[in-house]
Design a protein around this ligand. Sequence first.
Ligand code: AMP
Length: 310
Amino acid sequence: MSITVVGSIAYDSVRTPFGERERMLGGTAVHFSLASSFFADVHVVGPVGEDFGDAQMAEIERRGVHTGDVERVRGGRTFFWRGHYDYDLNIAHTDDTQLGVFAEFEPKLSPQSRACDVLFLANIQPELQLQVREQCDRVRFVALDSMNLWIETARDALVRVIETVDCVLLNDAELRMLTEEPNLLRAARKVIGWGPGSVVAKQGEYGAALFTAERFFGLPSFPLETVLDPTGAGDTFAGGFVGTIAAHDSEPDDELLRNAMAHGTALASFNVEAFGTERVSRLQHGEIEARVHELREITRFSGAPLPPRR
Ligand code: AMP
């Protein structure tokens, strides 16, 4: 099954306690596309500027991602994000965001992108997410990501898009902020009340939690000794999660959503091992399988609850 994704296609400048990179390939749609391309046909939608390099485009296309709906805007500048992390890698500090070509972008999807089975609205202005959502009217499953910037500056538009999707993926802090609800379970249930059948709360190095109207499922992150740069981990998680759903013909029931959580967790663990897209770009499918197996092992336990002491 095919996936269409709209989100940022970017240059990122990132500093972590372990190093820094200037203007590397990034963007929410890029991280998502590279990850989900392991499981489905992916069409990426978004603009780039004249400064966007052929090498960066080739890196996206090498994974078989369809780039026909990537519009190169004459005289425009590619979306740019500068950020840094201190020793708490769960907190990204944004130093600069330049929307560039996204400020004027009006998405017009090709028939191939419009005919997708699964749609991912990666983090970008909610108005753009809505325009893309409206063009994909035959889609089977829609998921959405966002961030604090849009919750603060475009909350009404964001809630309007959320009402039209099946699944919302957000950091736990963003979920609390969006719903003004400090309790995560209540926050997730509030979002489910707006329409989506499921909510995923991403919790950085602590893992991710899946909420549906009646059920809950949690996974830790994959244990790693070396973490260099968490940029894109959320989108890479989403790529594994949504990609797994797209790889199955069946309705995304609880079992499939849990399997998707495991694949999202495995994919994200590779992303953080190197800067930007470096690790996922050279990832092999067998490595993903191995980590999903290992995740099953580290989350397994047996034995019934203990009886009361006599
Ligand atoms: P994450 O997966 O949450 O770490 O997202 C990282 C990516 O988000 C980076 O590659 C950035 O280019 C991109 N990004 C940062 N801020 C924004 C924004 N306001 N809108 C869209 N994309 C963004």
